[in-house]
Write a protein that binds this ligand. Structure first.
Ligand code: GLY
Length: 373
């Protein structure tokens, strides 16, 4: 079952490479990615899928395609194009770090380390956070974190392992602790974002950007938390991160609808028109795979997590994958980007595609993503 889904997905990755040489996907508003420059937070996912396809089939076509983008990613960094945000980890873990891990390219390693420095420059020592969005001193966002940042931290942990420079580790670790304390609520649901006073780090309030309302649980945010805290545990061995990931996973699983694929927010009133976010379920599948590696063989959560993984991946493959649409550019239908803001509320999401493929190849062949060694 997984193999047929992977082969269909990889064919679509190939078709996109051939149809849009040198371009990168933007968020779609019509079941068709817009292809353009490297100037959003999502471009790494296209490259990450090329590396997964390369590792799955050992076809040099994908490796060469992925390598051909390194200069583009380096140029973006050198010219600081659209990088006033923290998603440098998403962009460079799946491009430069992946390339270094697979090919040993020193050039890719240098680009990845330079990306880590760009992310470190967003550390605000007075507040003790990595600022998510905007320039330093931004009146709205100067003291703001968002849960998505947990997937940016592996770039810093990797940079520490490479260089031995403690600052990378310390910043990632402090930020993960702050995220755990303020973004995760007592019942293991989560805020999307949290505000601190940038001058002294005093906690101000939780809020949302893409969720239903400030105190609700945006499902993709919960998914970033599940995978992100599991990764934070892998790097730091702080057992409380594993516990947080585990509790967030239980919350996610317990609040799923009958077909095991999340709506866009766990607190939104549901009717027949409520959008799903298939990408939240794809990210969570990867988080569950990570948890299953980290917990013991006889762990009491193992059966629950294995069943949840199986159910959600079966549903994604049967009900959401574009296997019935050979010309589709996306791999998963019914993702949502920003429902309240009416931006791509029900469409393909390139990160949903990436995590779907990451989960599939991990289940089928043990090939992992590029978030850690
Ligand atoms: N990291 C942005 C998002 O998940 O929409």
């Amino acid at each position: 079952m997984w193999q047929a889904a992977i082969e269909d997905a990889i064919l679509k990755v190939k078709a996109n490479i051939i149809k849009h040489p040198g371009k990168l996907p933007h968020i779609t508003e019509g079941q068709c990615y817009e292809w353009g420059d490297n100037d959003d937070w999502i471009e790494g996912f296209h490259i990450g899928m090329m590396w997964l396809a390369n590792e799955y089939g050992q076809d040099p076509f994908y490796k060469e395609a992925a390598e051909s983008y390194l200069a583009n990613f380096k140029d973006r960094l050198d010219r600081h194009v659209a990088l006033d945000h923290h998603d440098i980890g998403f962009l460079y873990s799946l491009s430069a770090v992946a390339q270094w891990k697979i090919t040993g390219s020193e050039e890719a390693r240098a680009v990845a380390l330079s990306a880590a420095d760009t992310l470190v420059a967003r550390w605000r020592p007075k507040a003790g956070i990595i600022q998510a969005w905007g320039k330093e001193g931004d009146p709205e966002n100067g003291g703001r974190i968002i849960i998505d940042c947990l997937l940016n931290l592996p770039l810093l942990f990797w940079a520490y392992e490479q260089t031995g420079e403690k600052r990378y580790y310390k910043i990632a670790y402090e930020h993960a602790l702050k995220s755990q304390k303020f973004l995760v609520r007592g019942d293991a649901s989560s805020y999307h974002t949290f505000y601190f006073d940038p001058e002294n780090g005093h906690a101000l309030r939780g809020g949302t950007h893409q969720g239903y309302q400030d105190g609700s649980t945006w499902t993709r945010g919960q998914a970033w938390g599940i995978y992100g805290f599991a990764l934070a545990y892998r790097y730091t061995k702080n057992a409380s991160f594993l516990d947080t990931s585990r509790r967030m996973a239980h919350y996610f699983i317990e609040h799923l609808p009958e077909d095991h694929v999340a709506y866009w927010d766990f607190d939104v009133p549901v009717d027949s028109a409520t959008p799903r976010d298939s990408s939240a379920s794809a990210i969570t599948a990867c988080g569950l795979l990570e948890l299953l590696e980290l917990i013991g063989e006889n762990d009491p959560d193992r059966n629950v997590f294995e069943a949840a993984l199986q159910n959600s991946m079966e549903s994604l493959v049967k009900n959401y994958a574009t296997t019935d649409l050979p010309d589709a550019e996306g791999l998963l239908k019914h993702g949502s980007y920003h429902v309240r803001g009416d931006r791509a509320p029900d469409d393909y999401m390139i990160w949903g595609d990436y995590y779907y493929l990451e989960a599939l190849v991990r289940m089928e062949k043990g090939i992992k993503g590029y978030w850690y060694e």
